[in-house]
Design a binder for this molecule. Structure first.
Ligand SMILES: [Zn+2]
Length: 378
């Protein structure tokens, strides 16, 4: 653990990531990981497009005679919205679009999804999470005083989609995740694995008040082994094969579909806005924009100076936060006073509750050994 404050000389990640390491040039491990492991394998140009078309041909072939040839999630954010356009128009795929309504969609998100679906004449399947269960699990995470209170939402999104894919025999899931805007991962301390079902169950057993009867759940074992090897579901990330720049993509979507932009990445959900914009920085001192902007710096979409200037302004404004604070508190079932008490309570980490980190670390070592994927579903 570094005690002295230090910031990377290349991106803007700093010692608020307790595991950050710097080399002799002052470059952090996120930068070095990008230059050594990610950049050499990333071909967002003609070569990548050729590779993508090979995969697309295979998806189309295997999907012949089926109503849809792949499944893809949509949140209304820029990545998934752009991917829907790409899949239908540019790649000629026949995706079923999948949306999870966890009770926190912003008006913009709803508008964006509608516009994309209607303009592109796509089919949408919306799964609504049982709100009483969602609320109970979210309240449990707040009471647990951990930073990663977005876990119930994140977990539900992933689990519901994978469970649906397995049930309806989808072999391909298109994922809007991309190197271009996400090559610097949020440190584990900021954002623990949402796929860790053991942690969810432990926190829920301690602070939850009702059973999770219909809440979508799936363990890491289920994703990594059962769905992947037994059900044969493959995840494809099309945005990694093409030149994908966030700002350009947003401008395109605005012009083409009347899509509306958000102030920050992930603000398509009112919950995520509160969580990333206030809960994380105010209670834990973690500013997720450092990771988001560092990704944009490494992929040359923002300068380091621009990023530093942006993060020098607080992510929330004091007036607006009062309203959001009350909104989130009331919606989850706390009084403003109770919620303030939680806000001021003692911070905990994922280590304070049962977790699968031992297994995850072993799995990652094994995957590296066999030259497989480096990333896990977070
Ligand atoms: Zn760096």
């Amino acid at each position: 653990m570094t005690l002295k404050y230090e910031i990377c000389s290349n991106c803007i990640m700093d010692t608020t990531d307790p595991e950050i390491q710097f080399d002799d040039n002052g470059f952090c491990d996120h930068c070095n990981n990008f230059y050594r492991n990610i950049l050499p394998n990333w071909n967002p140009g003609p070569e990548g497009e050729k590779e993508l078309m090979k995969i697309v041909t295979k998806i189309r072939e295997e999907g012949k005679g089926k109503e849809y040839d792949c499944l893809m999630g949509i949140s209304g954010g820029v990545d998934s919205s752009y991917m829907a356009y790409l899949a239908k128009v540019k790649l000629g795929l026949r995706p079923l679009i999948f949306h999870i309504d966890a009770g926190w969609n912003s008006q913009q998100a709803v508008n964006n999804i509608e516009r994309i679906i209607d303009s592109l004449d796509l089919d949408l399947h919306t799964e609504v999470i049982n709100w009483e269960e969602m609320k109970d699990l979210q309240a449990a995470f707040f009471k647990a005083q951990v930073c990663h209170v977005d876990t119930p939402q994140d977990h539900a999104f992933q689990a519901a989609m994978w469970n649906f894919a397995a049930k309806h025999n989808f072999k391909y899931i298109l994922n809007g995740g991309n190197i271009s805007s996400e090559c610097v991962r949020e440190p584990l301390e900021w954002h623990y694995h949402a796929s860790d079902l053991r942690q969810i169950k432990d926190i829920h057993s301690k602070f939850g008040t009702r059973p999770l009867s219909s809440f979508p759940l799936a363990s890491i074992f289920k994703y990594r082994i059962y769905y992947k090897y037994i059900k044969g579901i493959t995840v494809v990330k099309p945005l990694d094969f093409i030149p994908f720049e966030k700002e350009k993509a947003m401008q395109f979507l605005e012009k083409e579909f009347g899509w509306q932009r958000y102030a920050e990445k992930h603000y398509e959900s009112r919950f995520t806005k509160f969580y990333e914009g206030y809960w994380m920085p105010k209670k834990f001192g973690f500013d997720i924009r450092l990771a988001h902007y560092s990704s944009l710096i490494l992929t040359k979409q923002m300068t380091r100076e621009e990023a530093l200037k942006k993060v020098s302004v607080l992510p929330y404004d004091d007036e607006a936060i009062k309203e959001d604070f009350e909104y989130v508190a009331t919606k989850i079932g706390f009084t403003v006073g109770e919620f303030k008490e939680i806000m001021n309570g003692k911070n905990k980490t994922y280590r304070d509750y049962k977790n699968s980190m031992g297994f995850i670390e072993m799995g990652m070592k094994l995957m590296r050994f066999f030259g497989g994927e480096r990333k896990l579903i977070r």
